[in-house]
Write a protein that binds this ligand. Structure first.
Ligand SMILES: *[C@@H]1O[C@H](CO)[C@@H](O)[C@H](O)[C@H]1NC(C)=O
Length: 211
């Protein structure tokens, strides 16, 4: 009786481990596939990352790869987590290639967030080039893609770039994360995630208080 229970418990534990492993790895390998399917290759990068960045907005709102969120939901900076080596330095970017619209992206890309020299996975150690500015898609411009990418640096380095405060769109248009990555020798992105968003009334409210 005792041995029977033990065997059954062990079998259940193994089954749970297999299920958990399948779910976790499936969601990770999907990042690349979903990014490719939504044109992020070639619109933004040549090579999509296979690892996922966990992106969690205030209110415990987790970004589902390729899902849809509202500008209101993403107005404040999220927490990010990726599989980071504590001894390495990273670059984090968030861009919108669909500016002012996906149909006619003459301002591709809009730089929403850019942090460099991030030690390990700790964003607070990084040097902020562009402060977080949430999604602000113009009215009637359809769904935009908001893409998070993490790159691994070879070492701590100097980035000579104009700074952007969160309240301003200055220095944010016509950015290219591909060109930036080439300029600083960052290689292909290590991890990523993205969501879609379209206009909601919060965008107009925010723009009233911006330059
Ligand atoms: C961005 O590029 C467009 C052409 O696609 C150009 O008309 C515009 O002046 C540029 N804007 C900035 C801020 O450089």
């Amino acid at each position: 009786m005792f041995y029977f229970n033990l065997t059954r418990m062990l079998a259940i534990r193994i089954l749970i481990s297999i299920l958990f492993y399948t779910v976790v790895t499936a969601s990770d390998s999907d990042v690349k596939e979903i990014m490719e399917a939504d044109g992020i290759v070639p619109d933004t990068v040549d090579q999509a990352p296979s690892a996922k960045i966990d992106v969690i907005y205030p209110g415990d709102l987790s970004v589902e790869v390729g899902g849809e969120l509202t500008p209101t939901q993403v107005k404040d900076e999220p927490n990010l987590k990726w599989d980071a080596d504590p001894g390495k330095y990273y670059v984090l970017s968030m861009v919108d290639p669909d500016a002012p619209s996906r149909e006619n992206p003459t301002n591709r890309e809009m730089k929403h967030w850019l942090v460099v020299n991030i030690k390990g996975g700790d964003l607070s150690t990084g040097e902020v080039i562009a402060e977080y500015r949430g999604s602000g898609p113009p009215k009637d411009s359809g769904l935009h893609r908001y893409i998070f990418l993490v790159f691994e640096q070879k070492a701590k380095q100097i980035f000579d770039e104009p700074k952007s405060p969160s309240t301003s769109s200055d220095n944010r248009r016509n950015f290219s994360i591909r060109t930036f990555a080439k300029k600083y020798n960052l290689g292909d992105p290590l991890a990523g995630n993205f969501f879609h968003a379209q206009w909601d009334p919060y965008v107009d409210e925010r723009n009233k208080n911006s330059s």
